[in-house]
Every structure is written in structure tokens, then in C-alpha cells.
Design a protein around this ligand. Sequence first.
Ligand SMILES: [Zn+2]
Length: 346
Amino acid sequence: MKRFSDTDIWTKKPWFIELTPAEKCAFLFITAQCDSVGVWAQNFKLAEIVIGDSIDWESLLQKTNENIIVLENNKWWLPDFCYFQYGELDEKCRPHASYIRLLKQHNLLDRINAIQVDNNESTYTAKRSRVTQSKKIKIFSRDEHTCQYCGEQFKDDELEIDHVIPLSKNGDGGDENLVTACAMCNKQKSDKDPFVFIEQYKLENKILNRVSKILNTLQEKEKDKEKEKDKEKEKEKEKDAALYNAIKDSFESKHGQFDNYGKEGKAIKALIAKCRIRAPDYPEDFAKQVLETFWQLKQGRDKYWRGQPFLPSALNASGIWPRVLEEMREVIPDEFQESIAEEIPF
Ligand SMILES: [Zn+2]
């Protein structure tokens, strides 16, 4: 029997390239032994005898990703086989009729249609979902055979399944993200963001409960995320305030009165910000370490250091920051070493 073979498979399909020699053999064996719509009645023993090697079939399945699908009755299916051999199947095309018949026998006609839609409409094939026929039926009946976008009722063969949050935008294939949609709405929506789609086609007043609920949950989640972020920011502010006070105390114990709102105040804030960049996980420890080192240097013999004003006030003086960091290299805890390594000029 003659069949097309994919010449790209050896050089352009990473999943195939990464198979072991025996697994490559096994995959090609399946593409040769399957029936004319890509279904192989698995026969591991025969395959291993012919190939002359043992094969880890479970591992092969995993490595080939979605290029092999396990059906019931010990059958394996190459879902892209038909499209590759014949292109899009057309009922009006005579040679296709027998393939369509065979697909029906395997209960695969709906699945292959879904794949063809995917192949035509989107380049997003890595994560494409194949909604099984039984799942479709379940969801159509859950949604009372009504398109959840336009609110019209249709016969089942005019209905499709839509991922409200598209797979390409991190939606999942769970029932909660799947709704019934008429062919027209589904085509117009394609993999648009649901909010964008609803606005574009002015569906606000037509969308049904289920879609609204999903969108509400989505918005709630976004709001929660925002709140979380605000809380984090609040916490950081509190920490910064505590650090600010600690630095202020350190200054006053060694230097006298502190100018809260003048240049010292501003410089301390700048120091805290710098330490946040330097050591995001330990800005407080880092700032304290900088100060500690600075005070030690200032009390030492070096004229340069003795002449320096309080560190935060001197932050903009050229050379101070890198020199303090250089001095800190010896005493700095390991976790800060990396951030010290890349110099940020002050
Ligand atoms: Zn519709």
C-alpha cells in the first residue's frame, strides 16, 4: 500500500528526534500499520518481534505527546494522520467517503472535525484540546442546547464547544471552562479573550448565566490578585518604615540630631530602595550591613572615611557606594554575594 510519509519528521519535529532508535522505529511502524484513518489495533508483541527490540510503550506514548491517542478496545490513533494524508475531508469528494465511513465506525468523526477546525483556524496546536463526543453531549444537555453567547437554541449538529477562556490564554479543558456555542458565535469568538469578544459583538445583554458566572469568577480572581498585591505593598511600606527608624536610631546614636525631612531623610529612603534592588529577599539585612560597615570604616584610621558625612547623606558622593560594597565583600553573607557582584552605580 502507498502512503505519504512526513520527511520533516527527522529534522523538524523535536518530539520525534528525541525518541530512542527503537521508539522511532515503533512510531514509523504504527504509521505504516494503521488503517486508512490512522487507527492501529495495538499488537506490541508483533511490533517488537519485527523491530527486533523491546519497547517501553508507555514512555513512547508520553514522548509522542498528543500525536498518539489511546482509544477504547486497545486501539491507538494518530489524530493528524487523515489531515496529513488527505487534507480536509470533504463528504462530496468520492475517495473521502470511505474514510469518513471508517471514521464513523471508530466513532472519530466528531473528533476529526474538531481537529480540522483547529488546523484551519489557529496556529495554536501545541495545547489544542480534543473534547470527546461524550463530553460534548454532556455539556450540550447541561446548557439546554442553547448557545451561551447569543442565547439561541440549536440542534446538536449545529452546536460546538467553546473554551470561554481560550487554551491559548491559559484556560483549561475542564467542564467549568466549556460552554455550548453555535457555530457562528464560536467562529467569531475563535480564541479571542471573552471580554473582547462580548464587547466587539455587543453581547452583554445576550450572554447567558453560565458565561456570566465564568466571567464574574474571572473578575473576582483579578480583584483578589490586586488586593494581594496591595497587601504586599502595604507590608513592604511597613517594613521600610521600620528600617527607616532603625537607620535613624543608628544615625542619632552616633551623630546627633537627625533631619527627618531634609536630605538625610531622602537619602535614607534612597538607600532602602537601593538595598531592595540589591537584595530583594533581605533588603533590611542588607541595609543594616551597609550601615554597619560604613560606621566601622568611619571610625577607622583612613582619612577618606573619617571625612565622609553620614552615609545616606553621602550616597551621591562619587565612589562611596562601591567602596562600601567592596569593604563588605569579606563580611557579607553568601546570599548577598551575587547581588554584590554586579555593580549598580549610585
Ligand atoms: Zn450563538
